[in-house]
Every structure is written in C-alpha cells, then in structure tokens.
Design a protein around this ligand. Sequence first.
Ligand code: BGC
Length: 432
Amino acid sequence: MFDIRSKFSDDFVFGVATAAYQIEGSKFGGCGESIWDHFAKNGGTANGDDGSLACDHFHRFEEDLDLLVDAGFDAYRFSFSWSRLFPDGKNLNTKGLDFYKQLLDAINSRGLRPYGTAYHWDMPQALGALGGWTIRDNAERFGEYMGFIARNFGDDLENLVSINEPWCVAWLSHYLGEHAPGLRDLSSAVKASHYVCLGHGLGVQAARAETEKPIGVVLNFTPGRLETKTKINTEALERYEAVTNTWYLSAIIKGNYPDVALQELEGYLPNSWKSDLQNIKEPIDFIGINYYTTVLLKSGGDKFPFVEIIERDLPKTDMGWDVEPAGLRDAINLVSDYAPNLPLYITENGMASKNAIADIDRIEYYKQHLNEVAKAAETLPVNGYFAWSLLDNFEWALGYDKRFGLVHVDYETQKRTMKDSFKWWQRELAKK
Ligand code: BGC
C-alpha cells in the first residue's frame, strides 16, 4: 500500500497537467496557424502528425474534466493557446476568448483549482515568420499577451505561469533542431535563450499590473552525472549544467547568466542583454519544476557545450529516457539553492509507456518519484505535484507514437479509457 496522503501535508496539491496544442485540436474555433502547425507541415514531426485534431479537447473538455474529478485530483494545469487567442499574432479571436472562459467556468464549477500557463510553445506562425523568439519584438509581444491573459482570466485562475520550459523554447528548438522552428544555429539559440527570459520578465510585469494572483515560471531540469570525475569531465559537466539547468534559473532569480556559459556565448547575445536582466529578474511568487530524467556525461563531441552522453544500464521509458527518481530531488535542491523559501511545485513528471492500459511501469514511476518529492517536502516548500499527463496526446516531434496519459485515447474514435495508473491515482487520492 503506497498511501499517498499520509506522505504529504493536508494542503499539498495533487493535479494533472496538459498543454493546449497537445490536446485541443487547432483546426477548431478560429485558432490560427502556430509554429507547430508550420513545423509539422514542413516535415518536423513523426509521420507528419500535427495537433489539428489531437484529442478534440476543444469539444470534449467537459468529459475530460469529469475524468480529473473522478480520479480525485485537486488541481488542473493547462495552457492558453496564443494562436487560438491571437491567430495572426495581433487581432483577438473572440471565439478563443469564449473557449477559455467556458473552460475556466467548467474547471471552477467542478471545484478544481486552475493553474494556467500563458505559453506552452504554440506561438502564432505570423510571429514565428518574423523571427519567433530570436527577436526582441516578440518578447515584447509576449509581454502584452501575458498581460491580456491576466486581465481576462486572472480572477478565474489560482495562479499563472509565464512560459513552460524556456530551455525547450530556446535551446531544443533553435540549437538542437528538435522542436519548432527546428533550427540548429548557435547564434539564434543564444538570442532565443535571452529573449525567452525577457518575454518572461515583461510578461510578469504586465500580468502583475492586472492581477494579484501568484505568478511564476515553469523550468525543466535534466541533471547531469559523471562517471569519472577528471578535470575535463568536470568542466564539461559545468558547461552542460550552465546551458541546460541554470541559465534560466539564474537569470530569472539572480539577474545574471552563469559565467561558464557566458565565456562561450556572450558574443551572440544582443547588445542590450545586461540592462534587460533588470526586467528578467522581476520577482516571482513560485517556480514550477518539470522533471523526467538525468543524463550521464563525459567531455567530447564537436559542438558546444562539448559533452557526450554515455549509455547507462538503467530502466528506460518509451522515450528512451533513463528512469532515475533521485534526479528529481536534485532538481528540487538546485532550485531551492537559488531561490531559498520560494514556493515550489512539481508541475510535470511522468513517463511514456507502450502499455496501452495495463501500465504498471507508470504506476511504479509515479511511486518512486513521489517518494523523492515527499522526502524533499519534509524540509523544503514543495507545495504540489502534477502528473504528466491526463490524456495520451500529441507528443511534439514524436507525434502520437508516444503515450504519456493516465487515460488512453483511441485517436480513431476519440474514446477515452482509464488506464491502470488512472485507477491507481483514484484509489490513492480517495483515501483522504
Ligand atoms: C513538456 C510536455 C511534453 C513532456 C514529455 C515536457 O518537456 O512540457 O509538453 O509532452 O515534456 O516530453
């Protein structure tokens, strides 16, 4: 017996997380083309999959929210689609406004606590075509957009997140080429790494002027490990950590970028970078931590940050990611070293599994990671945990092949079927 409630304080929040483009269906309700529709059209995703239909959540949100209630969750983390609200990046789509009003009414009327994210990767393609996150204008536009979200939805939200996983928005998408817009260019990646931080800071300022609700950011962490701690490996690990795990954290909390990264990257930053840091370090009320895995590294490779990943003999998820629950506690410790006393949430954690319904591996994954969170919460202000994800959904570049849901989705019929992991949460949460 796991007995989840006995491991956490009574006010600890349990929820599930989703993101607009991964579930809603971008062909409905006057939603505009996003950088992900564009990327998919141009061959960036497995099987040419895109989010045009996804889980048809646009029409089925009531049924999907009933599932959350059935499972016994307290809270729902979802995102607003920038492209649904501003299809051309400028003009409001009132149908989009109505959709999120209805969604929030449906969440609140069920007694669920809404955690909203302003940006989970679906920038309008019209802004993408101008340069996406590599240009200052779009950071400013994001600021205005987040002010709009706070003004229109602030009253209905429990709290508001600016940007989901700036590392993915910048580095994974502009340097590693895996996510939209699919660039492999260091100069663009560094500019995006800066402007996504600036967008966050300007967004927090704009939202602050509109709402008193807590405002934060969601960062992802993939801690690096070393097998042999030679000098060159240790330096390689420092470079890796600086661009992957601390660039955004340090900028947002301390108002500076890690020196090790700056040594290589400063030349690519826009001239205004130092003065922008004042806006980037705008005070926030909480940090969300997304955690999935760790990597074992050594010095090597021909591209900055000059690291190579070493294969490990650890259990793997269907993404090929190593299962290492202790990494979650490392991520929590890292964040609280930078931001002691700032409230924290685990805003995403979960695994892709091939097991369609009998997903015992996923139950095990949750148990092991929740144990780490419980240990951390004994001494640190960890206030909640959100499982990724409610439904099987559009897993970005990997399309519909990878399934993270507690609920199975048959994409032909849109039928939802509760997996064993869903029933596990249901049993655990019921024991209040
Ligand atoms: C993202 C999710 C994604 C998950 C699994 C996170 O990086 O926020 O949108 O589905 O990881 O890859």
